[in-house]
Design a protein around this ligand. Structure first.
Ligand code: GUN
Length: 292
């Protein structure tokens, strides 16, 4: 079993980005600047956004964190987005999801200038991604592609089973891995809550991407020997023995599934850190468009 070490790989990528930022600074070019909007007090979201901002500082980016109250109106949030759209100092920005129920998420994502949409959530960028045109690929799918590439996991001609059809992970992942690209050319089966005979399908998978948000859903009896498993799940479960009061659990029963795996990502330390590294990469790409 080979562990796909997202923590180490993300650290390598951040080091590469830091070198590029140092180069930009040496040439008196613009320093990449990422902004993040967070609405409300969702503990997990605040943790993720803080990690994104901290990562910016580590690689030498500028960053701006905009915290808005839970009861902010949709109009006020849209105004804030417009402000960032026109701010020439900001290369890219994200609106952390989920948003409070009274705000129309789709409307908000569509308000972001596609050129600054480093999350790759705007329909224009999702469309470009689906057509295999150059664009911002969402950080989590981008991170998974990068992890597979850096560990030389072969995908061409392989049967990939994607569990989950979310707009952020399952859906883009199934599109990307079936495309003609370095990490791609796979035969993809997308499974979701209405899929019948799931175990029959997962048992045929060479690679499984688990992105359903159900802790330890994928068990050893659902996978074949030599499988590659990418665990995107990060559910917080209460755990009094931990200093912060919870533990992170993936969608995969790691202890039993890892015994049958050729490659597998851990949780934490797998896909999660890669997501942050690729958000930085997208911000660097956004800034390069300004610099040239
Ligand atoms: N919520 C969960 N994942 C993400 C992400 O990648 N970007 C944003 N903006 N919100 C999220």
């Amino acid at each position: 079993m080979i562990l796909l070490d997202g923590k180490k790989t993300a650290a390598d990528i951040k080091e590469e980005i830091a070198l590029e930022v140092a180069n930009l600074k040496n040439q008196s070019k613009k320093t990449p600047h990422l902004a993040a909007i967070i609405v409300g007090d969702n503990g997990a979201s605040i943790t993720y956004v803080n990690a994104k901002v901290k990562a910016c500082e580590r690689v030498g980016f500028e960053s701006t964190l905009i915290r808005l109250a839970e009861d902010i109106s949709e109009k006020e949030l849209l105004n804030e987005i417009e402000r960032l759209n026109v701010d020439r100092n900001i290369d890219g920005f994200i609106v952390q999801l989920p948003l409070p129920k009274h705000i129309d998420e789709q409307k908000v994502l569509m308000a972001v200038d596609p050129e600054k949409d480093v999350d790759g959530f705007h329909p224009t960028n999702v469309g470009k991604m689906a057509l295999n045109l150059p664009t911002f690929i969402s950080a989590t799918p981008f991170g998974i592609l990068e992890l597979l590439e850096r560990y030389n996991v072969r995908t061409s001609g392989k049967h990939v089973v994607v569990l989950g059809r979310s707009h952020i992970v399952g859906s883009p992942m199934s599109i990307l891995l079936s495309q003609k690209r370095t990490v791609g050319n796979a035969t993809v089966t997308m499974c979701h809550s209405r899929t019948k005979n799931l175990k029959e399908i997962t048992l045929q998978a060479d690679i499984i991407i688990a992105a359903i948000g159900i802790p330890e859903f994928l068990k050893a009896d659902m996978v074949k020997d030599g499988v590659t498993v990418i665990d995107v799940g990060i559910t917080r479960l209460k755990d009094a023995s931990k200093k912060n009061g919870f533990k992170l659990v993936g969608d995969v029963a790691f202890d039993e599934v890892s015994k049958k795996s050729e490659f597998i990502t851990p949780v934490p330390g797998g896909v999660g850190p890669m997501t942050i590294a690729m958000l930085l990469k997208n911000t660097l790409l956004a800034c390069e468009r300004v610099n040239y």
